[in-house]
Every structure is written in C-alpha cells, then in structure tokens.
Design a protein around this ligand. Structure first.
Ligand code: SF4
Ligand code: SF4
Length: 364
C-alpha cells in the first residue's frame, strides 16, 4: 500500500534502530511525544522497548479528550438537562468523567446525546430538527478547530438559530512551552505533533527551540516516521543544536494550511484555558469570537465552563506532563481499566493509559 507499507518496512526499521543505538549517548536522551496518536503508534509498534536504553520516550498532553477538564463535562451535562436541548459529540467524549457523572450515564437517565462524525453533521441535524436546540461539543486542538469553525460559519450563513457550540479548543505550542520550562520533566527534545502541524506549520515551534534550547522535529505517525524523527533529534543533541526540523514533509508544509488557519482566525479568539491535570495555561485556548457569539453555547444558554484542578486519585496530570508512566499510577489496571475508566487517559484508544494497558506496560 503506497505511503503506508514503506513506512513500516522491517529492514528499514532495524537499520534505523541500529543507527539510533549507535548515536545514543549516556544517559538516554529524554524525548516527549506530544501527541496521543504518536503514543498509540509507539505502543502498538513496540518502539519504546526497541529503543529502551538509547532514548527515553515520555508521553505528553496531546489528546484533546484527555486534557478536557471535568468542569467542561459538568457544563455539558447541565446543558443536556435543559429542556429541548440535544447534545452532539464525537464518541470518545461520552465516557470521559466529569465530577460526578459522564455523558453516557446521563444519556441512560434520559438526556439526548447523539454521536456525530463531524461538526457539519450537527449543523445538518439542526437544519433537520428546527424545534430542538442542537449543541455541538467542540473539543479539539488546532486539528479540529477548522472543522468546528467551518461548521459555525456554515450555520451562520444558513441563518440557523438553533445551533451552537460548547467550545473546548486548545492550542499545543503554548502547552509545550510550559512543559519545556518545568525542570522536573527535563525534556531534551520534542516529537512535534504531525496532525496539528499540518494546520499550524513549523513556525510556531521556532520560539520553543530558540528560547528553551530544545530541539523540535515534526513527526509523522508510522514507525519509520517516528524513528527518523528520533534520529534527527539525536543528531541535533550531538551537534549541540536546537532547531525546528520537519521529518513529515509529505504531510506538513512550513507555513501549514493557510485556509484552515484563516477559518480559525475568523471564528475564534485566543484565551487562557485550563487543561485537565495541568492547570491554566495562558493563551492556550480558543474561544468563539464576538462576531459569532450567537453560536457560543456558553453565552447563549448561560452555562459557564468552570475550571478547577481536579480532586481525584487519578494521576492523569502527571501522565500528561510526562512525570510518570501509566503503570506508576496506583489505579492502573486495577481500579482503572478501559471498561471502567477512572481518568480520561484510560478512555480512548489514544489515551496514554489505554495504550499502555492494551499494548503492555513497563515499556520505559
Ligand atoms: S482519543 Fe484520539 S482521536 Fe480522540 S481526541 Fe484523543 S487523540 Fe484525538
Ligand atoms: S491509570 Fe487511570 S487513574 Fe491512573 S492516571 Fe491513568 S487514567 Fe488516571
């Protein structure tokens, strides 16, 4: 299969692993894969154990579901209990715990929650059911923001009065900067998220590399993509360099996707926002701009999303900051399993804890 098999070729993987082992220093370079899809791919292909002793790979906050605060789930549930409201959401949000419940449990009690596959499906539903108020749970990073923004724009063009979005959109480079400053995490290089970079390009990582002297390599999702990026990070370390490089040029242009960025700039405005387990990161959120306030469910329905640090034994925050690996959480595999998740990292297939649970722990 073109563009897949060649990035999984076992002989090429072996050669690159050997090169990485030859180039590795002691102690192993500590790298963060920022994105949940990288975490899942690394776990699935066994790269953590293949590279063990040569580089140390820690997971980052790159799953939007995992970093959505419980206050957001609570606000969505409160909205769902209002008469006449239908919530629409991507499926993986339904089992994410709020303070006391989940959307799935509340749906069993009678609130109307429907799974959609794109924000435009929610707009279509609003057009088809004008007597109901359709609220889309707009959770995501720069990757989903253009589709959410596009749906708001479509609803505005079609003058739909019964559609709104409860936004929970975050931007990744600001979170990476916070992690880069944390001496406890000691990140020496970033595998920058491929999908996010398709939209934002490579430029937003420049400040990270220059200000914090951390090498950054934009990385695709196949095993060879990841190994190539790791090898490029090792080379930068050897040279004492900290620059932004692109190991995923087939997906990412330096300037990103101009059209997608235009939609984001038109429909959203930057804001401070809270990340589950991490706290408030200045400038790391996207709220709906005043021009489209009529489509902002928080303002339209008076249900604010309130952020407070979670009071829970779940160690998701430390997992998302790369401070611990999932098996180090005392609940991992015991009180917390994919069928009965305590924290969001165990909910989705790309959550770090779920990836470790499925493909094996102890892969440091
Ligand atoms: S579970 Fe996967 S697809 Fe869903 S938000 Fe997290 S990273 Fe994205
Ligand atoms: S194992 Fe469960 S409780 Fe522990 S950090 Fe992961 S999601 Fe949270």
């Amino acid at each position: 299969m073109k563009f897949i098999d060649e990035f999984r070729d076992p002989a090429a993987v072996r050669a690159l692993v050997e090169k990485i082992r030859r180039d590795a220093g002691d102690p192993p370079m500590r790298l963060m894969e920022v994105c949940g899809t990288h975490t899942a791919s690394i776990a699935r292909s066994g790269l953590r154990s293949l590279l063990s002793g040569a580089v140390s790979l820690v997971s980052g906050p790159g799953c939007p579901v995992c970093v959505t605060p419980d206050g957001y789930v609570d606000a969505a549930i409160a909205l769902g209990h209002k008469p006449g409201i239908t919530l629409t959401s991507f499926g993986d949000m339904l089992r994410v715990p709020g303070k006391r419940s989940t959307l799935e449990k509340e749906r069993a009690k009678g609130i109307d929650v429907r799974v959609v596959y794109s924000p435009l499906d929610a707009v279509a539903l609003a057009a088809a059911e004008p007597d109901r108020e359709i609220v889309f749970l707009g959770v995501g990073f720069e990757t989903t923001a253009p589709a959410i923004g596009g749906a708001i724009r479509t609803a505005s063009d079609r003058k739909l009065k019964n559609f709104s979005v409860l936004p929970s959109v975050r931007t990744i480079p600001e979170a990476m900067a916070i992690l880069a400053r944390d001496p406890e995490i000691r990140i020496e290089g970033f595998l920058c998220p491929g999908h996010v970079s398709v939209v934002i390009g490579t430029q937003p990582y420049e400040e990270l590399a220059s200000k914090h002297h951390i090498p950054c390599v934009v990385c695709g999702f196949e095993p060879l993509d990841i190994l190539l990026a790791v090898s490029m990070l090792l080379r930068q370390k050897k040279e004492g360099a900290a620059r932004v490089e692109n190991a995923y040029p087939r997906g990412v242009a330096p300037e990103g996707n101009r059209k997608a960025r235009e939609v984001i700039a038109e429909v959203f405005a930057p804001c401070d926002t809270g990340w589950r387990g991490i706290g408030v990161i200045p400038g790391s959120g996207l709220r709906i701009s005043d021009r489209y306030a009529a489509f902002d469910a928080e303002r339209k329905h008076g249900v604010p999303v309130i952020f407070a640090m979670e009071d829970t034994p779940c160690r998701c925050g430390d997992v998302l900051k790369g401070k611990i690996l999932p098996p180090e959480c005392p609940l991992f595999g015991k009180a917390c399993v994919p069928e009965e998740p305590v924290g969001p990292c165990m909910v989705s297939t790309e959550g770090t804890c779920a990836a470790y649970y499925k493909y094996g722990g102890g892969l440091r």
